[in-house]
Structures are given as C-alpha cells and as structure tokens.
Design a protein around this ligand. Sequence first.
Ligand SMILES: [Zn+2]
Ligand SMILES: [Zn+2]
Length: 173
Amino acid sequence: MRLFIEQIKEPQNIAFEFCPEECDVPEDIGALTKPIRFEAHVERIQQDIHISGRIAAQVQMTCSRCLMPHKERLDEPFEVMYLPGAVDEKKNLEEIELEEEDLNVSYYHGDFISLTDLVREQLLLMLPIKPLCRENCKGLCPSCGKDLNEGECQCSLDIGDPRLSVLKKLLHT
Ligand SMILES: [Zn+2]
Ligand SMILES: [Zn+2]
C-alpha cells in the first residue's frame, strides 16, 4: 500500500485494512491472526509528511511464563513524521534532533511512503516484549516444569528452598 506524496494536497483521513500476509511480522515473534486495521490522519508540510493514527490487530503469541499460545489484542496510537530521504544529510540531522523528542522520525525515498512498512514497523513496536497469557500467569515450576496455572506441584511443598517459600507466601496472600 503506497501513499503518494503528490496526492496529499490537504490534510486528510485514511483508513485501510491490511491482510496478515501483507505486513507479516517475523514468525518467531508471533503470527497475525486478523486483518490489521489502520486509521490515520495525514498532513503534508511541504515535503514533510505527518501521519498519526491508530493500528489495531490481533497476534498469536507464546506466553513468556507458561509457554502457552494465546492471542494478544493490539490497539494503539502512533505518530510518525516522514522526511524526504536524506539528500542533504546535515540539514536532516538538525531537523531530527528537533523532532526526535516526542515524534518518531522516519524517511521516505522516491515519491511515496510505504504504508505497509509503516504498519509493520509500528506493530513491532507495539508487540509486548514479554507476552503474558493473562496478567497473573503463574508460569511453570522452575524445578518440575508443571504449569502452575493448573494447580500447585509437589515442589511447592518443599520448604527447603527459601526462594520457593517466598513465592509460596506470595501466592497465598
Ligand atoms: Zn502464561
Ligand atoms: Zn514443581
């Protein structure tokens, strides 16, 4: 999906749905399971393009504690300022320093911005680094590997390990 710079004559709202195959994220991170919803407001200031909006998607991920697959719902705002690809490196660097504080600065080359790339990049930023199947996932027992969401294991009865007894105390309060 391409957004041609010359076609942005005045501020406008755009909305698209991307199919998962189109802007797939690396397989080891997760698999997108639904069309990705993209809504944005686009404004052009000479050759600088300001895009802000929301991206909503659903991605199949593996819980970082119990290793079970689950679906993460993503729905977050984003904001990117696209500058023309650095012809005058120095000038652009000065501009970046001004913008970088609260805006995500990116570059486009040629006469269009790839919205597919934009969506992919933003999705990667939105994905949780440590995905959890649920907020209070108990994870796997470090000794026997049992999924503690399904109940306690024999190891938790072992009061010899101070680390486990602290955990046990936490679980019971
Ligand atoms: Zn889990
Ligand atoms: Zn155990």
